[in-house]
Write a protein that binds this ligand. Structure first.
Ligand SMILES: [Zn+2]
Length: 343
């Protein structure tokens, strides 16, 4: 299509084709949500070398953080409540509406929720939700899901309480805005730390206290994770039983850069630094010794993936059955039966 042919269309034809184009876009959005939901439920981002569906969407599907986050949340909601896909396809709900409803959607309430939000703008739904769910408290927001809150779960239905979301927004190079809610205990610790911190200016604010606290926490966790010691032993010792000597742990940590060493068949290395733990490449029961050559660091999701693979369960989430049924019907999971396919 070129811009010139559009400029020569009549007003009526232009309006008609605009509606048709948006309708096709809705149809393809629903289709991609169904595929994302099925792919996510099978955990296929793991063998592909990614610690989360979110990272897979960014790296392999070239989606933006916002787009990936919205689609994953909507796809997971649609796994629980497939009626949202039909509502999306018909135009009753837009994607932002599904994301707003997602944490509150249950199979029992989906029809009522969808009807209440139908044909409403995002702002109207944001205003409506506190009235319908007063017990949640706090501002309801559709929002920018914190990239890391969604990153390490591929469980369908994963959702956290909206009022507890924190948000990190880049402001400029090296500066970020952190918005969060803390409980009374956290507030008391913040006030006490501020009062006791030595060498700080009287106008030291919460951000400065938090930065110092985070530096101390990070150093503490890094030391524990890498088994770092002030005076590392020069000689590595072989393992006795399942025990892995601290010196070996340190060597593995340094070699893997403290990051997940899982590599997919196509050569994609995970590299996640979340929940990284030690893994025997050769199982202990198969004669693996705890020397650095047969050890590697794996993130939590890849650790679980490898455990299931070794147990012969195939891909996580028991996907063989759903895989077979998907092939049999030729339709992705959740495709509304009363909806026409894309033109
Ligand atoms: Zn990993």
């Amino acid at each position: 299509m070129d811009a010139r042919s559009l400029s020569q269309m009549s007003d009526a034809a232009l309006e008609l084709d605009l509606h048709a184009a948006v309708g096709r876009e809705r149809t393809s959005t629903v289709e991609s949500l169904a595929f994302i939901g099925e792919f996510d439920a099978r955990g296929l981002h793991l063998p592909a070398g990614y610690p989360s569906m979110f990272q897979y969407c960014l790296s392999e599907l070239s989606l933006s953080e916002d787009s990936a986050s919205k689609r994953i949340r909507a796809a997971r909601a649609a796994r629980r409540c497939p009626a949202v896909l039909a509502a999306l396809a018909e135009g009753g709900l837009h994607l932002s509406a599904v994301v707003l409803l997602a944490p509150r959607l249950t199979p029992e309430s989906e029809d009522e929720q969808i009807a209440a939000a139908s044909r409403r703008s995002k702002t109207q739904i944001e205003l409506m939700l506190p009235e319908r769910f007063p017990s949640e408290g706090g501002p309801t927001t559709a929002t920018p899901v914190p990239f890391d809150s969604i990153a390490d779960s591929h469980a369908p239905g994963h959702a956290s309480t909206p009022s507890t979301h924190s948000k990190v927004t880049p402001l400029s190079s090296g500066r970020y805005r952190l918005e969060t809610t803390i409980e009374q205990l956290g507030y008391d610790d913040l006030a006490l730390s501020k009062a006791l911190l030595p060498h700080t200016s009287p106008w030291c604010d919460a951000a400065e206290v938090m930065q110092q606290a985070l530096r101390m926490l990070a150093a503490h966790l890094l030391k524990r994770a890498s088994s770092a010691t002030a005076k590392p032993r020069a000689q590595l010792r072989e393992a006795k039983g399942r025990h892995v000597p601290a010196a070996v742990r340190r060597e593995v940590w340094q070699r893997d850069g403290g990051r997940c060493a899982f590599v997919s068949e196509s050569g994609v290395r995970c590299g996640s630094n979340r929940l990284v733990r030690l893994d025997h490449i050769v199982r202990f029961a198969e004669g693996g010794k705890s020397t650095s050559e047969i050890l590697r660091r794996l993130c939590g999701p890849h650790d679980q993936f490898e455990v299931k693979r070794r147990l012969g369960a195939g891909s996580p989430s028991g996907s063989n059955a759903s895989h077979a049924s998907g092939r049999r019907t030729g339709e992705p999971f959740g495709w509304p039966t009363n909806m026409p396919r894309g033109k």
